[in-house]
Design a protein around this ligand. Structure first.
Ligand code: IPE
Ligand code: IPE
Ligand code: MG
Length: 248
């Protein structure tokens, strides 16, 4: 996108530090073409690369992708296994390039439900990219915002045996969330036309700006990404306070 205003604003530091994506609409993308849903997922998986590369170009240090929700097990078994195979393929194929592009990979979610091979691949991919600092790419897999809240409280309790519940303050709980290593998302992008959060990062999105687009995930080009960033540039984030805009 060549809008000079957007370009200037992005240069002038209104770059979000953390953009989270709900990659929705793969199934409909395939249906529109008379193809099985699995083609939509394959096409959606291919889209990830250009989005991550564009985030790097724009200087966004944290990118998070919702790949599989804790509720997605409700889908037909063949679809679940297609998604798992694509995840395996992605890890096998992309880790080399993540290393050359300075990408640190993190995977969040309840990984215990994945098969041993996938769990091993995830651990290896995280380990070999752990030292990179240019961009942190988080993939949320078998993730649910409610699960994250419950696991954080459980781990807090295990670490503070016998402590009264009143000790469980927001700040005390913060380090126990799956994404404690990242700032909260500044911008959420959901493709696919729905305006809901679908149990994604609930705690972390308290003040996230939310951008919903009808574009289906496989069609989410870097230009579409820039459109979301242009929209973000225009937002006035007040965090419960009053506007900081000089014109107000
Ligand atoms: C998003 O696309 C991918 C996952 C949820 C894993 P969908 O598969 O939900 O696509 P639609 O919403 O049916 O079009
Ligand atoms: C949200 O998409 C989850 C992911 C993109 C991984 P869904 O397609 O599962 O969401 P709902 O069912 O429309 O809320
Ligand atoms: Mg969907």
């Amino acid at each position: 996108m060549n809008d000079p205003h957007v370009h200037r604003s992005l240069q002038e530091a209104k770059v979000p530090r953390h953009v989270a994506f709900i990659m929705d609409g793969n199934g409909r993308w395939a249906k529109n073409r008379g193809l099985p849903r699995s083609f939509g997922h394959a096409s959606g998986a291919k889209r990830v690369r250009s989005v991550v590369e564009h985030a790097i170009d724009r200087g966004i240090p944290f990118v998070t992708l919702f790949a599989f929700s804790s509720e997605n097990w409700r889908r037909p078994m063949e679809e679940v296994s297609t998604l798992m195979s694509l995840f395996v393929l992605y890890l096998e194929k992309e880790v080399k390039d993540m290393n050359s592009n300075g990408v640190r990979l993190k995977v969040i979610g309840d990984l215990s439900r994945f098969d041993a091979r996938l769990q091993k691949l995830i651990a290896q991919a995280e380990a070999v990219t752990a030292h990179h600092t240019r961009v942190t790419l988080t993939v949320a897999a078998n993730f649910g915002g409610r699960w994250d809240l419950v696991q954080a409280m459980g781990r807090w309790q295990a670490a503070h045996e016998g402590a009264p519940a009143t000790d469980m303050t927001e700040a005390a709980l913060q380090p126990f969330f799956s994404m404690a290593y990242a700032p909260d998302p500044d911008l959420l992008v959901r493709t696919g036309g729905e305006s809901r959060v679908s149990n994604f990062l609930l705690w972390q999105m308290a003040y996230t700006e939310m951008y919903f687009t009808d574009v289906l995930w496989p069609d989410f080009t870097p230009d579409e990404f820039d459109r979301a960033l242009a929209w973000f540039v225009e937002t006035d984030r007040r965090f419960g306070g009053v506007s900081q805009k000089v014109s107000d």
